[in-house]
Design a protein around this ligand. Structure first.
Ligand SMILES: NC(=O)c1ccc[n+]([C@@H]2O[C@H](COP(=O)([O-])OP(=O)(O)OC[C@H]3O[C@@H](n4cnc5c(N)ncnc54)[C@H](O)[C@@H]3O)[C@@H](O)[C@H]2O)c1
Length: 445
């Protein structure tokens, strides 16, 4: 099939690459000329395991094309994906300007029937807005051309995006139009061979399904974080509690890790946007509001623990920071917990010496050159001359460090483990105090 994908970010580029991988011809359109130039010269603007090889393979085979020209994109595909950003507006609701700009471009240039598929995460009712924008633009042109707007929310996880797209748990498709149902069935057939994964429903239910999934996952995390704070006060160990509840198959082990809060481009903005949607229709979403406010508090926790360690006097201190990305295997730092911590440390007069396996360039792009941030090329280099160590992202390479070496390099014997990745005994055996989430600090004996 011939497919166009508007937006070449984490979702659009993965979608384009994976659809071309199974033999479709895909044209990716982006408004960012630097991104398109890089893609056309064989580069990939984001870090996502396996993506560079897949993009290169399909680009060289002539199945994956890139352009900044919307007309070229609209002419190309019978199916037109919208995979542009839906960042939070000033009030927290989803900003639809990019989605609607693409709808307008499609309507300006289309000459025949198009299936317009919304893959961006958008509030319930956006399908109607996209259809209305296309209708209005066509009317201005005096053009009478058919189209259908389909909702096809994306559930991929950054860091495992290729696997998630190629072997999805489910493919949610919101449309009741038989022509679109056929087109989407055909498009997704290669990803649907093992068993039926396609779930057809109405557009509004598909739109809400995406928010419901993210809000449920965020709720699990915030619930566990709420419990972890309580455990710490009560003298219980949240890690033992986690195993105690996770072994109940009704609860399960996934997404109940206590930590220093969730970040990323999805959970924070989607929970907020869903709350705004609810308020907009006169419904008070008590639980959603609590999920976000617990997370805000949780993201400040590491700073509070470090500040308490230094009796509130952080001026002139240097904090070694392991992990900048909002989670492992990505360079994405949108709403990352590392940012909350660094910004609070700077505010208090401390310096940060940070290491991340892939997000260093993203950190430089966000913060530029500043005297209180040093980004180093190796985890050990972050420790030399630093006062204490804070671990914010659970990268696999941080899991089993040489604690004795850490003890040697730090000025004070303390690790602030924001993801509970260390066994307190192993940390204590090296003479270090282990500060973690949801249990009292553990001291060397
Ligand atoms: N990142 C994720 O893990 C993830 C997962 C599921 C769903 N989503 C949703 O998918 C959507 C995209 O997210 P993302 O992380 O890929 O965003 P992103 O910011 O990485 O990429 C968006 C891209 O769209 C481009 N763009 C903006 N306006 C455009 C236009 N008019 N025409 C063409 N391109 C345009 C931007 O230049 C950018 O490259 C969001 O709604 C997000 O909530 C994201």
């Amino acid at each position: 099939m011939k497919v166009t994908v508007f937006g070449s970010g984490y979702v659009g580029l993965v979608t384009g690459a994976c659809l071309s991988e199974v033999g479709n011809k895909v044209m990716c359109v982006d408004v960012d000329p630097a991104k398109i130039d890089l893609l056309n010269s064989g580069g990939v603007p984001i870090y996502e395991p396996g993506l560079t090889e897949m993009v290169q393979r399909n680009r060289e085979a002539g199945r994956l094309l890139f352009t900044t020209d919307p007309k070229t994109g609209v002419d190309f595909g019978e199916i037109q994906f919208i995979a542009v950003g839906t960042p939070p507006d000033e009030d927290g609701s989803a900003d639809l300007q990019y989605v609607l700009a693409v709808a307008e471009s499609i309507a300006e240039h289309m000459t025949g029937f198009k299936v317009v598929v919304d893959k961006s995460t958008v509030p319930v009712g956006t399908g109607d807005k996209v259809a209305e924008r296309i209708r209005q633009t066509l009317a201005k042109r005096g053009a009478d051309i058919g189209f259908d707007v389909v909702s096809n929310p994306e559930f991929l996880k950054e860091g495992a995006a290729i696997g998630d797209f190629m072997k999805p748990d489910r493919i949610v498709v919101g449309t009741e139009n038989p022509r679109s149902i056929d087109a989407m069935r055909q498009l997704y057939a290669p990803f649907n061979r093992n068993h039926e994964r396609l779930l057809f429903m109405d557009v509004r239910s598909a739109e809400l399904t995406k928010y419901a999934a993210n809000a449920m996952l965020a709720t699990k995390i915030s619930f566990m974080n709420e419990l972890s704070n309580l455990a710490e006060i009560l003298g219980a160990d949240i890690e033992q509690v986690r195993i105690g509840i996770g072994s109940d198959p009704r609860i399960g082990f996934q997404f109940i890790y206590p930590g220093c809060g969730y970040g990323g481009s999805c959970f924070p903005k989607d929970v907020q946007a869903l709350e705004k949607t609810a308020l907009g229709v006169g419904y008070q979403p008590e639980l959603l509001h609590a999920v976000e406010s617990v997370n805000h508090r949780q993201k400040e926790l590491l700073f509070q623990k470090i500040s308490a360690f230094f009796d509130g006097d952080l001026a002139g201190k240097t904090i070694a920071l392991w992990g900048l990305a909002f989670k492992p295997n990505t360079d994405d730092m949108r709403a990352a917990s590392s940012r909350t911590l660094m910004e609070a440390l700077w505010e208090a007069g401390a310096r940060v010496r940070a290491f991340d396996p892939v997000a260093h360039e993203e950190a430089r792009r966000i913060y530029g050159d500043r005297p209180d941030l040093e980004i180093v090329g190796h985890a050990d280099d972050a420790l030399d001359g630093a006062d204490v160590l804070a671990v914010v992202t659970e990268w696999i390479e941080f899991r089993s460090p040489d604690f004795a070496d850490i003890r040697e390099r730090l000025n004070y014997p303390a690790i602030f483990d924001g993801r509970n990745i260390y066994d307190p005994r192993a940390v204590n055996n090296a003479g270090l105090v282990h500060y973690s989430i949801g249990r009292k600090p553990s001291h060397p004996t």
